[in-house]
Design a protein around this ligand. Structure first.
Ligand SMILES: Nc1ncnc2c1ncn2[C@@H]1O[C@H](COP(=O)(O)OP(=O)(O)OP(=O)(O)O)[C@@H](O)[C@H]1O
Length: 684
């Protein structure tokens, strides 16, 4: 018997490891099983090379729980270890690894990420004692038993073992008893070992006999040794991919399409990425890609390894070349990881491009489910935008699809304004903005539908990318001003008429919560609507953007700002102007004449005082100006009162305001009720 001390300086290292890796105790099983698989693969390689001449036999790796003894045993029939090898690989190398590990992380325990390749060591996270009973595959090798109780002391002794290979026996700690439960081990095997390349058996298959569940002779193999991504794409059918997808994500809808990744230079990577239908909420889709290293599950958190937008995809990536025992911030700057990320991005865009080219119709049908993914990609990865701009689509209000170039060609001649800017008209809601879309279409313009979750930032991005182009929502102004072709005709009304008309309508606008209305008079032609509500593009967009970007809270607080545009060419508006003049002229006459007088006085005072230096102006003169101002305000208020009084009784004014509000879905509550009653009165 040999006794020794493992070359560890820290007195008792295991409690430290346990504490550090508390949350990830479960990876011990992955590490033990993959060591057993490695040992088996090594033996197969030796046999292939003719260096091992014995019978390979059954190579199944077995996992057994002995509840009474409180142990889990992982057994393999792989290469096994001689006493020297134990000394070299377990005592020296493995344990010196722990030193490095502690050295690296002693100041920064938080840096330890779950999938640090702790290897054999991780067994001590859950065990009070670990034994290795092993016999090397080499001719005449003797079986040895190594054991260690968690202090840096180990024992090594002769042992009885018929068969080659290793049994790793873990004496599970009292505070880790959960790992002695069958269901827990099943869960872990299913998570980490589902696709290991060597059969892994956990107990026997069971069957129902005489009302009881009993073991059969057949091994309960928990893994698929040849998962789909390891096979040659040419041998696979669509159904194979779909059924593999179902085994990975039993609850998900069928994927739209997939990419089989397969590279061996300059790095090794295989995998299958699936495009799920992404309907509306991108956050629900994340963390579905599983990362494997030689068929061992590592993580489903792949940020840092693939560009963020690709985390919306599903599937598996398997690469031995992704350095997993480093922190995430390191991963992002690692050159190999960057290459992998670039490769995957390129593959994804190539695939989309080829589907687009080969089956435009099918691609268009999938567009609505694909759009969020592609938009996200274009917004977050410049290199993806450069490719995606050729197969990203724009949809018009008729449901027709165009590439960016096609759409530009479509609207170029008709939708360029007098300043040479190309105006892209869009709608975010076909129903709500129906009449605005109609008036744009009446001009022969095309309106795009931008109603997706990311369309607000996409519009800003496109405005930066596309030259001399502007995006404007159809209801942001009257169409002739959105795409101004020539200077707009001035209203025929004189200043007084215009002011009075504005006052009449303004006085009757209902107070809407968080909304602000500016009243404007415009000449929109006899056939145009009498009253139109528009919403300023800039303000609306700033508010929309504030939902996506921090630091724009200021805009989020602002009220919505609308314009109420009165069409001075419309017969009904003309009627209001004439009727107002007829009914208020008498009352307004003295007020207006007084107002004009005061205004003239103010102008004169301003002029004379303007010539003097401030210190030369007397108190008397100052008071005079102030009193004049006051008188003006007074007269204006009087005038407003007369107009308001008049407007109150004018059902055309009320009806026109309400119709405009109704058109925008803003007529609600008491105002809606009043409108309905008034309408019925009018019909009577
Ligand atoms: N079941 C086994 N059969 C034969 N050799 C084993 C077995 N388990 C461990 N070993 C030997 O012990 C060594 C150390 O194992 P450990 O798991 O700590 O590191 P590793 O497998 O080399 O690397 P990793 O950190 O990726 O797990 C292995 O390289 C191997 O030589």
């Amino acid at each position: 018997m040999q006794k020794g001390n493992i070359g560890v300086t820290t007195e008792n290292i295991f409690p430290v490891i346990k504490k550090f890796l508390y949350s990830d105790h479960e990876i011990f099983l992955r590490e033990m099983v993959s060591n057993a698989v490695d040992a088996t693969q090594k033996l197969k390689t030796l046999a292939d090379k003719g260096e091992f001449k014995g019978e390979l036999g059954d190579l199944t790796v077995r996992i057994a729980i002995d509840e009474a003894a409180g142990t889990i045993t992982i057994s393999d029939r792989g290469i096994g270890m001689t006493e020297e090898e134990i000394d070299k690989y377990i005592n020296q190398i493995a344990f010196s690894g722990v030193n490095d590990f502690l050295e690296k992380y002693k100041d920064n325990a938080n840096n330890i990420i779950g999938h640090f390749g702790l290897g054999f060591y991780s067994s001590f996270m859950v065990s009070k004692k670990v034994e290795i009973v092993t016999r090397s595959h080499k001719d005449g090798a003797k079986a040895v038993k190594w054991s260690c109780d968690g202090s840096p002391a180990y024992e090594i002794d002769d042992a009885e073992k018929e068969d080659r290979g290793s049994d790793i026996i873990l004496y599970i700690d009292d505070d880790c008893k959960e790992f002695l439960e069958k269901s827990k081990i099943e869960e872990l095997l299913n998570k980490y070992c589902k696709f290991l390349p060597v059969p892994v058996a956990f107990g026997k298959k069971t069957e129902w006999k005489d009302g009881k569940q009993v073991d059969t002779d057949e091994d309960n193999i928990i893994n698929n040794v040849e998962p789909l991504w390891t096979k040659a794409p040419s041998t696979l059918k669509d159904e194979d991919y779909k059924s593999f997808y179902r085994t990975l994500y039993p609850m998900q809808d069928e994927p739209m399409f997939w990419i089989h990744l397969n590279v061996d230079y300059p790095f090794n990577l295989t995998g299958i990425l699936y495009f799920p239908r992404i309907k509306s909420n991108i956050d629900l889709q994340r963390n579905k890609i599983q990362l494997y290293c030689n068929q061992v599950f590592v993580t489903d958190q792949v940020e840092g390894i693939v560009p963020e937008f690709l985390t919306l995809l599903h599937g598996v990536i398997d690469s031995p070349d992704i350095p997993l025992n480093v922190s995430r911030s390191y991963l992002q700057s690692d050159r190999d990881v960057k290459k992998i990320s670039t490769y995957i991005t390129k593959k994804v865009s190539d695939r989309l491009q080829s589907i687009f080219k080969e089956d435009r119709k099918g691609y268009e049908e999938k567009w609505d489910d694909l759009k969020l993914f592609i938009n996200y990609g274009m917004l977050s990865e410049e290199s993806f935008y450069d490719r995606a701009k050729d197969f990203a689509l724009m949809k018009d209000s008729e449901g027709k699809y165009f590439t960016f170039d096609e759409y530009r060609t479509l609207i170029k001649d008709n939708q360029t304004d007098k300043d040479g800017q190309l105006v892209y008209l869009y709608s975010t809601d076909k129903e709500e903005q129906y009449s605005y879309i109609e008036s744009a279409k009446a001009k022969g313009y095309s309106v795009m539908m931008l109603d997706g979750q990311l369309d607000v930032p996409v519009v800003s991005m496109l405005e930066q990318k596309l030259e001399k182009s502007r995006f404007t929502r159809v209801d942001s102004d009257i169409i002739d001003r959105i795409i101004a072709k020539e200077d707009i005709k001035k209203s025929e009304l004189n200043d007084d008429e215009r002011d009075n008309l504005s006052d009449v309508f303004r006085s009757q606008m209902p107070q809407l919560p968080k909304s602000e209305f500016y009243v404007e008079v415009q000449s929109l032609g006899e056939t145009g609507s009498p009253v139109v509500i528009t919403q300023n593009e800039y303000m609306r967009r700033m508010k929309d953007m504030s939902r996506f970007q921090a630091g724009m809270n200021f805009y989020a607080q602002m009220p919505d700002s609308y314009n109420l545009i009165l069409n001075s060419d419309h017969p009904l508006i003309k009627k209001v102007v004439d009727d107002c003049a007829a009914n208020t002229a008498e009352a307004l006459k003295p007020i207006v004449s007084e107002l004009k007088g005061q205004e003239a006085r103010r102008a004169a005072l301003n002029q004379s005082q303007g010539k003097k230096k401030p210190e030369e102006i007397t108190q008397e003169e100052k008071d005079d100006l102030q009193n004049t101002e006051k008188a003006i305000t007074e007269q204006k208020d009087k005038k407003k009162a007369v107009l308001t009084d008049y407007a109150k009784g004018n059902s055309i004014v009320h009806q026109l305001i309400d119709l405009a509000l109704l058109q925008n879905g803003m007529l609600k509550g008491a105002s809606l009720d009043a409108f309905l009653k008034r309408s019925i009165e009018l019909i009577k």
